[in-house]
Design a protein around this ligand. Structure first.
Ligand code: ADP
Ligand code: MG
Ligand code: ZN
Length: 627
């Protein structure tokens, strides 16, 4: 028995509470009637007699051995409606009954005391019985789950937590932008469709395929597409559903799942979020978890258990293959790994084409424009984007989705809901200068992404926003690009300083500064872009389960640490100087742009560049370089 008393107590508490309510609700009707049936109003005995004299009393119900009465009365004082009023009667009022009789009032007595006693007795017996019954049930359940032979699966089975789809209806054409993964899976489909081809030459069919990739990149969709293409049933369960409060439940679910799968072979078994159970065992980080280990062991056993040709192929998905238990990745288990990544431009275009199929798009909408504007979007983001745009189109009562709705949806997906613009005030001017600062520094620097638009319409947390059109290839970024991004990010604060003075700068730049610091730090510690030299001093996310820096410990000496800090500071301060210089050099056009922005709320990139080019060439070949 592995259920601790603590858990039991925790569980029995709601049962106690529930049974008490049961008792209150169903077992004691009479007291209940008295308590709830009664109007909230009360009156004194004297008042009651007055009512009686006036002939307003219609009916009296006595409770509690004649100590309490519910009086039904009607009269002008009561709004001429029949009202129920509660009256406490004095202990001895024998003349009352006569009086009531004379006044021709309906009387009824409810012998509550006696029934109460009986019900109390029953209740007193029942209450502990329910409690004991509940506890016994709990014990039995947990016993079952730990796997006594014969009754082992009844609990896991009764809660069928895995889903089975006989036909997924998804085909490879529904999945786009992940061509390598698709190729790999076409082979799997052949395994399922024509196993003879492989077994004839003695080839063993793989049992497991691990899909690795960030959320929303189409892992579930791919797995479904395999089942759909091969025309086999699709069993799915999420790793987190294996992990339960009672030790052994997860393991019994695994057994149950595979039993069902074997009955339906050939089929696909899909385990989502396998990292929830498949994490490296025995590291002790985050506390040992008996339940998880048992579940994982059961999973490994099941995968070993079925011979290569039963026609079950297990597909598991995770976004972190590096934390999985190595036993899972051994040959004979998930020996194939297929990675799906956030799509590139071509991939995004293909995915957009898939999702635009069933939507009415305006002929002017070029999907490539959308694909260009959405670097970093996953397949799910893109699907969501087109759907938002379609919803917006319907709301605007238009016939087809235009670029207008798509733009609005992209902004919304990226930066959150649109707020109402600020009224004209000093802080609005300051925000305008801040945003124009970002935009002009970004525009004049040669290596910066071009401005797409500047806006004072708040969105999400931001009170103003400058949008840039990112270049296609975001995977390789040069030193000059990073530096110009740092300068661009500092442009907002720099404009505040130049225009409003040092004392007036605001907290609005805090997010910019975070980004600046992080970029500068990475230049020094990861990309070897400082005078310390080409050293990698920190790895990306060394351990997601420990706090940052805790796991990495000291990969470098204190001496280097001081140098790192100095370098970061130097990079940022030089970039800041440059940003200030750009603002000072272009003060005239900045003032003009700010006035325009306050008037129009939004300036788009093209217009922005045209205005600046009346004053300075864009980009400015003066080259605000550092080093
Ligand atoms: P994951 O399992 O990787 O988190 P899903 O497969 O659940 O992602 O994707 C969610 C939705 O996003 C899918 O139903 C589909 O509409 C869309 N989607 C994601 N990736 C793609 C893709 N490569 N091609 C087409 N649609 C995709
Ligand atoms: Mg998924
Ligand atoms: Zn800013």
């Amino acid at each position: 028995m592995k259920v601790s008393w603590k858990t039991l107590l925790l569980w029995s508490l709601p049962i106690i509470v529930v049974s008490f309510f049961l008792w209150q609700g169903f077992l004691a009707p009479t007291t209940n009637e008295l308590n709830t049936n009664v109007a909230s109003s009360r009156m004194t005995y004297g008042r009651f007699l007055e009512y009686l004299d006036m002939g307003w009393v219609k009916r009296v119900d006595m409770y509690d051995n004649g100590h309490t009465a519910i009086v039904e009365a009607v009269g002008p004082e009561l709004g001429n409606r029949i009202q129920k009023i509660r009256v406490e009667l004095p202990a001895s009022a024998p003349e009352l009954i006569n009086k009531l009789k004379k006044a021709n009032v309906d009387i009824d007595a409810h012998p509550t005391k006696n029934t109460n006693a009986i019900w109390n007795l029953v209740g007193n017996l029942f209450f502990p019985l329910i409690l004991i019954g509940g506890l016994a049930l709990l014990f039995r359940r947990s016993n079952n789950a730990t796997g006594g032979p014969g009754q082992a699966m009844s609990f896991g089975k009764s809660k069928a937590l895995f889903q089975m789809e006989a036909k997924t209806g998804v085909v490879f054409d529904d999945v786009a932008g992940v061509d390598e993964a698709k190729e790999e899976f076409e082979e799997v489909v052949t395994f399922l469709k024509q196993p003879e081809c492989f077994t004839a030459v003695g080839a063993k069919i793989p049992k497991g395929v691990l899909l690795v990739g960030p959320p929303g990149t189409g892992k579930t969709l791919l797995a479904k597409a395999i089942a759909g293409e091969a025309n086999v049933p699709f069993f799915s369960i999420s790793g987190s559903e294996f992990v339960e409060m009672f030790v052994g439940v997860g393991a019994s679910r695994v057994r149950d799942l595979f039993k069902k799968a074997k009955e339906n072979a050939p089929c696909i078994v899909f385990i989502d979020e396998i990292d929830a159970v498949g994490r490296q065992r025995g590291t002790g980080i985050g506390g040992g978890n008996d339940e998880r280990e048992q579940t994982l062991n059961q999973l490994l056993t099941e995968m070993d258990g079925f011979e290569g040709n039963t026609g079950i192929i297990v597909i598991a998905a995770t976004n972190r293959a590096d934390i999985l238990d190595s036993a899972l990745l051994r040959p004979g288990r998930f020996d194939r790994q297929v990675s799906v990544d956030v799509p590139d431009f071509k991939g995004r275009l293909a995915i957009l084409e898939v999702h635009a199929r069933n939507k009415k798009m305006d002929p002017d909408v070029a999907l490539s424009t959308i694909a260009r504007r959405t670097p970093g979007f996953s397949g799910a983001d893109l699907a969501n984007l087109l759907n938002e745009a379609a919803i917006l189109t319907a709301r605007r009562r238009k016939q087809a989705v235009t670029l207008n709705e798509i733009d609005a949806s992209i902004d919304r997906v990226v930066a959150g809901m649109e707020g109402t613009p600020l009224i004209d005030s000093k802080s609005k001017r300051l925000i305008a200068y801040h945003e124009i600062g970002h935009a002009i520094v970004g525009t004049l620097l040669q290596d910066h992404d071009p401005v797409q638009k500047v806006t004072l319409v708040p969105r999400g947390q931001a009170r103003g926003l400058t949008w840039f059109t990112p270049s296609d290839d975001q995977t390789l970024i040069s030193r000059a690009q990073i530096l110009s991004r740092i300068m661009g990010a500092l442009g907002g604060r720099a404009a505040e300083e130049v225009v409003f003075g040092n004392a007036e700068v605001t907290t609005g730049a805090s997010n910019d500064l975070q980004q600046v610091t992080s970029m500068a730090r990475q230049m020094v510690t990861r990309f070897g872009m400082s005078t310390i030299g080409p050293l990698s001093l920190e790895s990306e996310e060394s351990s997601p389960f420990l706090g940052r820096g805790m796991a990495s410990g000291s990969e470098y000496s204190d001496e280097i640490a001081i140098k790192i800090d100095k370098q970061i500071q130097e990079i940022v301060s030089k970039c800041h100087d440059n940003a200030l210089k750009i603002i000072e050099d272009n003060r005239v056009v900045i003032d003009r742009l700010v006035d325009l922005l306050i008037e129009k709320e939004t300036i788009d990139g093209q217009e922005f560049r045209e205005i600046i080019s009346e004053y300075t060439p864009v980009p400015d070949k003066k080259q605000y370089t550092i080093w």
